[in-house]
Design a protein around this ligand. Structure first.
Ligand code: P6P
Length: 333
């Protein structure tokens, strides 16, 4: 009989308030999975008139998923506040419990442009500790911590299977949702990303806009076995970060959404606090690496809740090669 998520969370080694919070997040994601699976039958596809703080048109399921997570997690005693891609400002939990220890950040439905065309999407979440003088009502400043501080992070991918992958800093575990019982059943508690790979994930239509280190790296991969890499590469791009990262978590690879010249004043497309940081924590805990063009993603010092960042993550050997190319480009001539 497979280990259930509840058994895994109560087996010890995870602070009880955090374990309870993770169980609440997982239950909310099981509800989101049921909604996603219904699709058009549930009259929940399509876009709203509204835009989120990113200026992106909101899908009905974006807002439904966001509200579902807020409502479910507000009841978790360990929570002092929440932040979401879909909300301009933080959502303090009121009244704050004496047991409040954590802040929860999430992208409730990442890849939502894929919803209406039935391609995998996902939820990404990050758990940060509250400041030492807690419990008190959370402020936005409490959230602006480097990803290295995370107490937990993970994602749920709503694909052919619904799979939860998360870490609390002691390795990475994966669970699959059994739709018959709504139970999360453990697939592995020791995810390990191969150091080497022959697969990269990037939106190649932006090639002419990339900085030289990224362009050089991809050109070397495309040159194949007769080029500097001495091996042929394969390319994947789902345009749903959760799906692309999950493939890398399960079989290796490298994912890039780097800075590009289309918006030179923007560090990247993806958001640091609730996309890059949680994914970087999972990837590092599974033996991979994550780089933001200047240093490890998890060391980036946040200046804003919705700030964007360049993302290069996955198999360690490839991320190290990208870091070396960036350092060489920055080195004095
Ligand atoms: P593009 C989805 O909108 C997302 O935020 C990530 O999930 C995904 O990796 C990326 O944007 C896709 O961006 O420019 O290829 O559509």
């Amino acid at each position: 009989m497979a280990v259930t998520l509840d058994q895994h969370l109560s087996a010890g080694g995870i602070e009880p308030g955090l374990a309870r919070l993770l169980a609440v997040v997982a239950d909310a994601c099981a509800d989101i999975s049921a909604l996603v699976r219904r699709g058009a039958a549930g009259e929940i596809l399509g876009a709203l008139e509204s835009e989120n703080v990113q200026g992106e048109v909101q899908k009905k399921l974006d807002v439904i998923s966001n509200d579902l997570l807020i409502e479910a997690c507000a009841k978790a005693p360990a929570l002092a506040g929440m932040a979401s891609e879909e909300m301009d400002t933080i959502h303090p939990v009121r009244p704050v419990s004496a047991e409040a220890r954590y802040l929860l950040l999430f992208d409730p439905l990442d890849g939502s442009s894929n919803i209406d065309v039935n391609v995998s999407i996902g939820t990404i979440f990050s758990v940060l500790p509250v400041a030492a003088d807690a419990p008190r009502e959370a402020t936005e400043a409490d959230f602006l911590q480097p990803g290295r501080n995370q107490a937990a992070a993970g994602y749920v991918v709503y694909g052919p299977q619904t799979t939860l992958v998360f870490t609390t800093g002691q390795g990475v575990s994966a669970f699959t949702l059994d739709p018959k019982t709504d139970q999360w059943l453990q697939v592995t508690d020791a995810v390990a990303i191969p150091r080497e790979t022959k697969e990269f994930a990037i939106n190649a239509s932006n090639m002419r806009h990339w900085a030289p280190p990224v362009r050089g790296y991809i050109e070397d991969c495309l040159a194949g076995e007769t080029g500097p890499r001495g091996k042929n590469f394969n390319m994947r791009w789902v345009a749903s970060m959760v799906a692309d990262v999950h493939r890398i978590v399960m079989r290796g690879g490298v994912f890039l959404y780097p800075w590009d010249a289309r918006e030179p004043n923007r560090a990247g497309k993806l958001r640091l606090m609730y996309e890059a940081n949680p994914m970087a924590f999972v990837i590092e805990q599974a033996g991979g690496a994550s780089f933001d063009g200047f240093g490890p993603t998890l060391d980036a010092k946040p200046t804003g809740l919705h700030q964007r960042v360049s993302v290069m993550l996955g198999s360690a050997a490839e991320v190290e090669r990208l870091q070396a190319l960036h350092e060489k480009a920055l080195a004095p001539a």
